[in-house]
Design a protein around this ligand. Structure first.
Ligand SMILES: Cc1cc2nc3c(=O)[nH]c(=O)nc-3n(C[C@H](O)[C@H](O)[C@H](O)COP(=O)(O)O)c2cc1C
Length: 211
């Protein structure tokens, strides 16, 4: 790994506070250009990127997430109440970001279409599992490219799946067609905070050599 990439990886942090500075279309397009360099299963590029810069729309989206989080909160058991109140704040800070990118993904059916009805149920299940992963994995790789490109440009990003607590309502407001799924929200802006480095497990803790 080049020193340059090492430095970029270390510099990327989840940033959750931004200045009011708007981001240009060119800047946002350069993030998407980096994203779409990612590998994808059979090069299907099963992604789309919604870009929300309008504060009113962002507010509406955040309101939908707040409403869903409040609804869910009514069913959080007492010992978790305080933890949940803290946790749900992490679902909506995109409200204040100058831009929110919403990556969408869709699944591809390739092998599933090639095999006939005689394939063993276990193999059918494996094929379905495999093909249900391709869109989400490909698009997640694209998002990492986007995060790193933003870091290189001096921007802060926050990759969030918390907003998906309101998935159905967000899908409707964003007019997401049935074959597409919301992967996450990515808030982007000029950082107004410098988060501390976050802890990582040691390589030895996360690796298993298979013999
Ligand atoms: C799949 C995924 C979902 C995440 N969802 C949220 C979220 O909803 N809200 C949030 O504030 N951060 C979210 N994060 C950011 C993580 O909390 C963060 O990456 C982690 O604490 C490590 O910190 P770092 O990004 O600064 O290295 C998410 C990250 C990932 C990869």
């Amino acid at each position: 790994m080049s020193k340059c990439l090492d430095a970029l990886l270390e510099r990327r942090r989840s940033v959750r506070q931004y200045t009011d500075e708007a981001l240009s279309r060119e800047t946002l397009e350069s993030l998407i250009a980096a994203a779409i360099q990612a590998p994808s299963a059979s090069n299907r590029q099963p992604w789309r990127f919604l870009v929300v810069c309008d504060a009113k729309v962002r507010g509406e989206l955040a309101d939908l997430v707040e409403a869903a989080a409040a609804r869910v909160g009514e069913h959080v058991s007492k010992p978790f109440s305080a933890a949940y109140e803290d946790y749900r704040k992490y679902f909506v800070h995109f409200r204040e970001a100058p831009a929110v990118i919403v990556p969408l993904y869709r699944d591809a059916e390739i092998l599933g279409r090639m095999v006939g009805p005689t394939v063993a149920p276990q193999d059918r299940a494996s094929i379905e599992l495999m093909e249900s992963r391709t869109g989400i994995v490909s698009t997640a790789l694209a998002v990492e490219n986007l995060l790193l490109k933003a870091t290189e440009l001096g921007l802060g990003t926050s990759m969030m799946t918390g907003p998906l607590v309101a998935e159905a309502a967000l899908r409707e407001r964003l007019d997401v067609k049935a074959s597409w799924h919301i992967l996450a929200f990515v808030a982007v802006g000029v950082p107004a905070e410098t988060p501390n480095p976050t802890v990582r497990k040691e390589v030895a803790q996360v690796i298993r050599w298979v013999e």
